[in-house]
Design a protein around this ligand. Structure first.
Ligand SMILES: NC(=O)c1ccc[n+]([C@@H]2O[C@H](COP(=O)([O-])OP(=O)(O)OC[C@H]3O[C@@H](n4cnc5c(N)ncnc54)[C@H](O)[C@@H]3O)[C@@H](O)[C@H]2O)c1
Length: 249
């Protein structure tokens, strides 16, 4: 029998990319998944293909939306804070509004959703918070300062919460992927092509050369790490930021 059968997981930004792969992987362990995001039609379509999955509208930047969504979700054993955005620009040309937009989703959104679940989680016999950070949370990167700062904040929050709740049965960890083949990366490729006039293959090579294995990472590889962090036998792993980067960090 699957040891996670009957557990309930919320995955923010669960309708696409890494979040959707996490939902599929956890569902394979018998976990009931709740996909949260802004586009309910897309979420419902995604949930329709997954056993015991449901969809709830949630904008992680909005207090009322988060409150209503987590009330509707009910008891939660696993929270995967996956919703995230990125933008690329030279530091001196990055408007303050871009900084605020990225912090609002990547950092404040994660705080809001985590605060919505930790109360009951600290009293539970099992609980997991898994934050999808990035290798941008472990090292710097040119032209992506707001994203890098936000993902460093995610890693800092992960370490702090793991200590704050160490006396409970909750673990808090981050996974830190390099470039993963998703919509975000497709946008990065389009951005490089537009700014530099490079072909798609050249733009893709710019990204894959950051991975010593010379390839894009697959969403299933990230989801596998998330599933392991959910397993009861990983209960003494907490406060970690696990790179999934082909050895880049
Ligand atoms: N793709 C990569 O190369 C890569 C690498 C490292 C880390 N990450 C991180 O992985 C996570 C998932 O990204 P992805 O690559 O699957 O791309 P994605 O764009 O498919 O996923 C991001 C999800 O977040 C959702 N989202 C954005 N703003 C939201 C909001 N205000 N409220 C609720 N949901 C919101 C989007 O709708 C989308 O479903 C992000 O946190 C991203 O920073 C991605």
């Amino acid at each position: 029998m699957n040891v996670l059968a009957g557990r309930r997981a919320v995955i923010t930004g669960g309708g696409t990319g890494i979040g959707l792969a996490c939902a599929r992987r956890l569902a394979a362990e018998g976990v009931e998944t709740v996909l949260m995001g802004r586009d309910l039609d897309r979420l419902r379509e995604a949930a329709g293909d997954i056993e015991a999955a449901s969809a709830i509208r949630c904008d992680v930047t909005d207090d009322d939306s988060v409150k209503a969504a987590f009330e509707a979700a009910g008891a939660v054993d696993i929270l995967v804070n996956n919703a995230g955005i990125v933008s690329a620009a030279a530091f001196h040309r990055t408007p303050m509004a871009d900084w605020q937009r990225i912090q609002a989703v990547n950092v404040e959104g994660l705080v809001r959703c985590s605060q919505a679940v930790v109360g009951p989680m600290v009293r539970a016999d099992y609980a997991r918070i898994i934050n999808i950070a990035s290798i941008a949370g472990l090292r710097g990167g040119a032209y992506v300062a707001p994203y890098v700062a936000s993902k460093h904040a995610v890693v800092g929050l992960t370490k702090s919460l793991s200590l704050e709740y160490a006396q409970t049965r909750m673990t808090v960890n981050a996974v830190c992927p390099g470039y993963v083949e998703t919509e975000i990366v497709e946008n990065s490729i389009a951005n490089i092509m537009e700014k530099t006039g490079r072909t798609r293959d050249q733009a893709l090579a710019e990204l894959t050369k950051t991975n010593p294995q010379g390839r894009l990472i697959q969403v299933e590889e990230v989801a596998e790490a998330v599933a392991w962090l959910c397993s009861p036998l990983s209960g003494s792993v907490s406060g970690q930021a696990i790179a999934i980067s082909g050895g880049a960090v």
